[in-house]
Design a binder for this molecule. Structure first.
Ligand SMILES: *[C@@H]1O[C@H](CO)[C@@H](O)[C@H](O)[C@H]1NC(C)=O
Ligand SMILES: *[C@@H]1O[C@H](CO)[C@@H](O)[C@H](O)[C@H]1NC(C)=O
Ligand SMILES: *[C@@H]1O[C@H](CO)[C@@H](O)[C@H](O)[C@H]1NC(C)=O
Length: 663
């Protein structure tokens, strides 16, 4: 072990070999302790003047892997790459600094330790964030000795004969991300064969991972294969070479096929919603479990951002495979992540082929790719988890709930963890973030007293939110009580996403007409009442009402986002259009009313709305149901047909009661 002896003021940074810097692990409190042992870590000088540090860092890397880092003119540190270091503390370091540090690390692609062990940063079924994940010939490798040195591995890796007490009737993992004695989750909770899913026993079996998908490998074996490979040239001269190539930066590896990726809902509100919940939270320090943390749970302040994802690789999808018909997916990806590089299965296969070139001609053997930071997502593996598999059928729910329980989901009551994406889309679409009641990225709840219905009532809501947080001992959840602590919007905008010009799943013609009439009447009456009230007491702030019928095909994508950002109540028949709820602003009365043909129900928008702190109602003609009175999932024959009933006046009543604070 090596420690730098530093004086307090010695601002410094150490750049070790590519190798031993496991920066991300440092940020993870609550890291699985057994996995933590596998990380070798880096010392940090904690200094209050550290902020300017990284700007002055220069690096030189020599082929002998000695790296010099001069942080100031007076302190130069030279250190061999292979030494194991100890972390002092990351406190006081911004994520930008850590990120920069990681970037510097990636510059040093040749070092003694070309084969650092794989680390587990975070895991939930279907969501696994790795440090140093390897790939050769289309097989992902976890380089670890722990796996092999841990005795009594009770559960065979590729067999379905597992400890039955851990599994539900459909094979779902009831341990919610349980890791084995070696600190690693089962491979089937991380990956699958990546085949499309249908609900048959043969298909379920065909998606169970095989050794070709993912394997554990010992350090010794990995070194033999890729670390110090002895090669002989045509003159019989021998040389030793490392066969490891680094894919620099942070990668998102999407293992699911195009089956679901090609839908707006599944790509944006499921895959990327889950990515954001998992990634943002993984790089976020745990929120203290105390009442004093309450502001964090209500905050969309995300100045301490997670590092960027540099590339997404759709391993089993081509360029068409993740694009939806209306084109919202491509709009989303470029608008929210302008710098993201996207690779497809062809690109992945290029890497696979390149890794095997030396085998083909017998000259030099296989190569391996190393991904320094990689988030692997797998739809089938997520469905093996209890939350997705038996409760919600939403892959994002595994990511979200894991981070919620870890106490890392920031701004849970206002979708604060999602806010960076939401605000990026708002900005791209030209939403005036300060205007129209759209919140401005500042804390929400603590503006109480300045909003439309300020007063004692707000204090009571807030006090209740305090009490709930206390009761839950810090593991917070979303709920109507906490939503009630948010401010009222400055305008009430009801947006009805009409499917009447779509091919299927429409309201009856008369019910659609009555619905529009009922909402028009309501809005007219409310605005008249407002006029009268303002005439009496002009100083009151009473929000104006607006009702809009939105036919997505007649609006640009920018216009749709603008409409969603202003929306207080989103109304519509079950369908992709309701995905726009992820662009709604969080307010006290933000709601989604989803119309089903009774007794139809699906979890898509119910769970998604809830995950962002937005209230959801399932509407069956004249009957509304909301959490916790959740209907069972049901797809009756009329679900997809064009005679769905809805009673317009009942919807209008629901909206009025909701805005009036009666619901
Ligand atoms: C590479 O993978 C393919 C497909 O699984 C397999 O047939 C082949 O034997 C592998 N090559 C080597 C050298 O392992
Ligand atoms: C937002 O976060 C930054 C950095 O964590 C902090 O300095 C700032 O005070 C926060 N703003 C609010 C309104 O909480
Ligand atoms: C819908 O609700 C209305 C009002 O209660 C009722 O009159 C109508 O018969 C209902 N329609 C269906 C199809 O149940």
């Amino acid at each position: 072990m090596f420690r730098f002896a530093l004086t307090r003021r010695d601002a410094f940074l150490v750049l070790l070999g590519a190798s031993s810097m496991h920066l991300w692990s440092l940020v993870l409190q609550g890291l699985n302790p057994s996995a933590a042992e596998e990380f070798s870590v880096v010392p940090f000088g904690r200094t209050s003047s550290s902020s300017a540090l990284l700007d002055t860092v220069t690096t030189t890397s020599t082929t002998t892997t000695t790296v010099k880092m001069a942080t100031t003119a007076t302190s130069t540190i030279t250190q061999k790459a292979t030494e194991t270091q100890v972390v002092e503390s990351l406190e006081g370091w911004s994520y930008a600094q850590i990120d920069k540090l990681a970037e510097l690390q990636f510059l040093n692609t040749r070092s003694d330790d070309v084969l650092p062990q794989t680390g587990l940063i975070a895991h939930a079924p279907g969501w696994t964030l790795f440090r140093n994940l390897y790939m050769t010939n289309d097989t992902l490798y976890i380089v670890t000795d722990k796996h092999f040195s841990t005795p009594s591995r009770s559960r065979p890796e590729y067999s379905r004969e597992r400890r039955p007490e851990f599994y539900g009737p459909k094979g779902e993992d009831l341990t919610y991300g349980y890791t084995q004695a070696d600190g690693w989750p089962e491979i089937r909770m991380m990956t699958s064969t990546g085949l499309s899913a249908v609900n048959s026993p043969e298909n379920i079996a065909s998606r169970e991972p095989i050794p070709q998908n993912m394997q554990f490998i010992s350090v010794k074996e990995a070194r033999k294969r890729w670390g110090e490979v002895v090669l002989t040239d045509e003159h019989g001269k021998k040389r030793t070479e490392s066969r490891v190539w680094i894919v620099q930066g942070n990668s998102l590896l999407v293992n699911e096929p195009s089956q679901f990726l090609r839908h707006y809902y599944h790509l944006v509100a499921e895959l990327f919603l889950g990515v954001q919940a998992f990634w943002h939270s993984a790089f976020t320090p745990a929120i203290p479990k105390s009442e004093s943390a309450l502001p964090v749970h209500f905050s969309t302040n995300h100045t301490a951002d997670a590092p960027p994802i540099h590339r997404t690789i759709f391993i089993h999808s081509n360029a068409d495979g993740w694009r939806d018909g209306p084109g919202f997916n491509r709009y989303f990806l470029r608008a929210a992540f302008p710098s993201l590089t996207v690779e497809h299965e062809e690109d992945w296969q290029d890497r696979v082929a390149a890794s095997m070139e030396g085998v083909k001609d017998g000259s030099s053997g296989e190569r391996v790719w190393r991904f320094p930071v990689a988030l692997l997502t797998d739809r089938s593996a997520a469905h093996r988890g209890g939350i997705c598999g038996s409760e919600t059928q939403r892959i994002a729910a595994e990511a979200w709930d894991h981070m919620r329980k870890e106490g890392k989901l920031r701004g849970i009551h206002v979708g604060g963890w999602w806010a960076p994406v939401r605000e990026a889309i708002w900005k791209f679409a030209g939403v005036e973030i300060q205007a129209g009641g759209v919140i401005d990225g500042e804390q929400v709840a603590f503006k109480v007293g300045t909003n439309a219905r300020a007063g004692k009532e707000d204090d009571a809501h807030l006090a209740h939110a305090h009490a709930v947080a206390e009761e839950e001992k810090g593991v917070v959840d979303v709920g109507e009580e906490t939503q009630a602590a948010l401010p009222m919007p400055s305008e009430i905008v009801i947006t009805y996403i009409s499917r009447q010009s779509a091919r299927n799943r429409k309201l009856t013609v008369d019910d659609h007409k009555l619905l529009v009439e009922s909402m028009d009447d309501l809005v007219k009456r409310k605005n008249e009442e407002r006029k009268v009230a303002l005439a009496k007491s002009p100083k009151d702030t009473i929000p104006p009402w607006e009702f809009r019928v939105l036919e997505a095909e007649h609006l640009s994508k920018d216009q749709q986002v603008q409409a969603a950002a202003r929306t207080t109540i989103l109304l519509g028949v079950h369908g992709n259009g309701l995905t726009h709820l992820v662009w709604m602003k969080p307010t006290r009365v933000s709601s989604v009313i989803e119309i089903f043909c009774p007794p139809g129900f699906a979890h898509d928008y119910w769970w998604t709305a809830r995950s962002l702190g937005i209230r959801h109602w399932a509407m069956w003609n004249d009957t509304a149901r909301t959490w916790p009175d959740k209907p069972n999932v049901d797809y009756p024959e009329c679900f997809q047909q064009n005679a769905i009933p809805v009673h317009g006046p009942a919807v209008a009543k629901l909206v009025e009661d909701r805005i009036d604070g009666k619901l």
